[in-house]
Ligand binder design. Structure first.
Ligand SMILES: *Cc1c(COP(=O)(O)O)cnc(C)c1O
Length: 416
């Protein structure tokens, strides 16, 4: 077992070597904070907007102004930011159901979508009300072996199948082994797709990507983006919710789906939560930077301990996820136990692998979060199978993220 002192000196080495990466992250956070601040000022935010509404939620000035702020910050025409979105899956589902009609086809061009969306689409499971149940077809194109979007294949499918109405991309790696896409790459793909078919809606699952770079996909050609408020844009303060941003007509359609046709965005009480959404969005560039630094620290430390990590310590980052190949089940259990032990909430709990719906093996999850399931807070999860990859994300403050990673590393050292 490695003495504690050795681990701490490794940690100091990692931080010394991380100076450039940290400086890059700070610079991005600075630019993003300025953009958010400018949007607050332009829309004359005042504390009267924090009061919110009850009941139907008509005339919620705070809610409606925050939507303008999201739209401006993300380079979009319009945005819908609502507590009534129960999670990221529901948010993306509203965007999809809004844009698609029976007989249309959804084409995913970054391979299989995020696990929970597969039942929404009807790829897995047989749930009533899935897109498939409504007569919406689905096709997908895998990423090329080098991890890029296979544009020749996309062109062939778009030319042959005129029923394709939505082309979807996933920005982050999600629960896969591929790399995240940069916004620049998303821009190149959007221009190419637009050149092939003028009339398709390009939708980007933006989860875990917000504020990692200084522009968002809407600014480079995406028609719609969607994400969860208990990830990056909620800044660790939003208690729940999701957002959709992009072209006005598609945002309107999603709003009709969220509530009811004819009601749309007019209703949706905020119940006194507006301040948390505003303050969370104000914090989000900084909070995302804290999560990124935590990921960089984790990559550096685990690399030094001999494990394969992705992204590597020095590599460019396009989402907040860090994967670590921990080689065996015992390591995964110990790492996750350590992350849990290092958390501010539920630190006394031991995470156990369980049969999670939608997975073909047991999954272990460590999360000691203020907000249930919030993965902008330090969290780790792993499917219990080869190559024993752990997905780590979040860290509300770098200091607490660093402490959590050290706790996990210490826990793992105990195995030797
Ligand atoms: C988190 C996430 C979602 C939505 O997940 P929820 O748990 O429903 O919030 C969708 N896509 C990606 C890539 C995600 O990371």
């Amino acid at each position: 077992m490695m003495p504690e002192q050795k681990l701490f000196s490794l940690a100091r080495e990692v931080e010394r070597d991380a100076a450039n990466a940290f400086a890059r992250i700070d610079k991005i956070a600075q630019e993003n904070s300025q953009r958010v601040l400018a949007a607050f000022q332009k829309h004359r935010v005042s504390d009267t907007m924090f009061a919110g509404t009850t009941g139907y939620g008509y005339d919620d000035v705070g809610r409606d102004t925050l939507e303008r702020i999201y739209a401006d910050t993300f380079g979009a025409e319009d945005a819908l930011v609502r507590l009534q979105f129960v999670n990221g899956t529901h948010t993306i589902a509203c965007a999809l159901f809004g844009a698609l009609r029976p007989g249309d086809t959804l084409l995913s061009i970054t391979g299989a979508p995020y696990d929970t969306l597969q039942s929404t689409i009807g790829i897995t499971g047989d749930y009533p009300g899935s897109l498939r149940d409504f007569g919406v077809k689905y096709r997908e194109i895998a990423l090329a072996p080098d991890g890029t979007v296979d544009l020749p294949a996309v062109r062939a499918v778009l030319e042959e199948d005129k029923s394709i109405r939505v082309v979807s991309l996933q920005r982050s790696r999600g629960y896969s082994t591929r790399a995240a896409l940069s916004v620049e790459t998303i821009g190149t793909v959007c221009r190419a797709v637009r050149g092939m078919r003028e009339d398709v809606c390009i939708l980007v699952d933006n989860c875990y990507g917000e504020f990692v770079e200084t522009i968002e996909p809407c600014a480079v050609g995406a028609d719609l983006i969607a994400g969860s408020l208990i990830k990056n844009p909620g800044g660790g303060l939003a208690p729940c919710g999701g957002y959709i941003a992009g072209r006005h007509d598609y945002v309107e359609r999603a709003a009709m789906r969220l509530t009811a046709p004819g009601i749309g965005r007019e209703c949706g009480a905020t119940l006194g939560n507006n301040r948390l959404l505003y303050q969370g969005f104000f914090n989000a560039p900084h909070t995302t930077a804290q999560a990124l630094k935590t990921a960089v620290f984790c990559a550096g430390l685990l690399e030094r301990l001999g494990y394969a990590v992705s992204p590597r310590f020095e590599e460019a980052r396009y989402d907040i996820i860090q994967t670590i190949a921990l080689e065996n089940e015992e390591n995964v259990r110990r790492f996750c136990r350590g992350i849990q032990m290092g958390a501010p909430v539920d630190s006394f709990v031991t995470p156990e692998p369980w049969d999670m719906p939608g997975y073909d093996c047991k999954v272990i999850m460590a999360a000691g979060a203020f907000i249930q399931g919030a993965s902008i807070e330090l969290s780790a999860d792993a499917p219990m199978r080869e190559p024993y990859l752990v997905y780590l994300q979040g860290g509300l403050t770098y200091e607490s993220g660093r402490a959590g990673i050290l706790c996990a590393a210490q826990c793992m050292q105990g195995a030797e």
